[in-house]
Write a protein that binds this ligand. Sequence first.
Ligand SMILES: [Zn+2]
Length: 303
Amino acid sequence: MKHFLLTIDVEDWFQVENLRPWFPMDTWSSQQVRVEHSTRNILRLLTEISSKRGKPVRATFFILAWIAKRMPHLVREIMSSGHEIASHGYNHRLCLDQSEKNLRNDLEKSKKLLEDISGHEVCGYRAPSFSISERILDIIRSAGHTYDASYNSFSLNTRYGRLSPEKYKRKGIALDIGNGFYELPLTNLNVLGKQLPFSGGGYFRLLPSAIFKIAVREIFKKEDAYHFYIHPWETDPGQPRQNQASMTSKFKHYINLNKTLPRLESLINSFSDCDFISCKEYLRFVTKKELHHRLVKSTSVKT
Ligand SMILES: [Zn+2]
């Protein structure tokens, strides 16, 4: 059985890194809130698909604590729909731009807030704009998380952080970082040693749906799991437009917003033979599987 790890980064349209110069944090409270509506559209879609296929489509929602604090009911709605609650930090500041002390504070504060609202332990973290490093992984672990889901191997986006995945033992697609902590990288398509961006987000909106599905099928030929991400604002064509942004930023942010939700539905339906499980469930599965193999091996040696 192949696993489809569907992940959603819950933040609003004005919190995106691309538009940051026009929406500094002190203006966030006065912006039009759209995330509630767009997140509910995704939840509704997942519930509908689940009931049609007679099997749950479970996802992991990495929620910005700034949103959770203002909309705790949304966190509870996500949880009561059967999905995993994970952390996307507090203020969407890039990890690589923060001092160790500030980052640790951000991580601990977000985790505690989400746990207080949901009543459950928050195990996972995703860094804004995938800005991680080995040093940052250590801080994420020491702030009490079990896994990080921020490594994106696509190297042409300079905001993304870098890791050396070959250093770590793999469990499925997960990397065993040590001390009970795992990295769950986004899955891109490797073609002749080059990583092509097929893990979601803007590339999912930009590329034709049929091409995207072919790439995901190729990924599944080599891997037991596919790790995909999307944002609620990417499904919201009615969001306010920021016309002063550069052509590139506008292109990246606004392309095909009206197509995202139908494309997401089509993607999930095309891979309906997969198991759609949360990141936490997948890690439990791959780490247990290894334990099981070790037990079988030690039994067969004895007999
Ligand atoms: Zn984000």
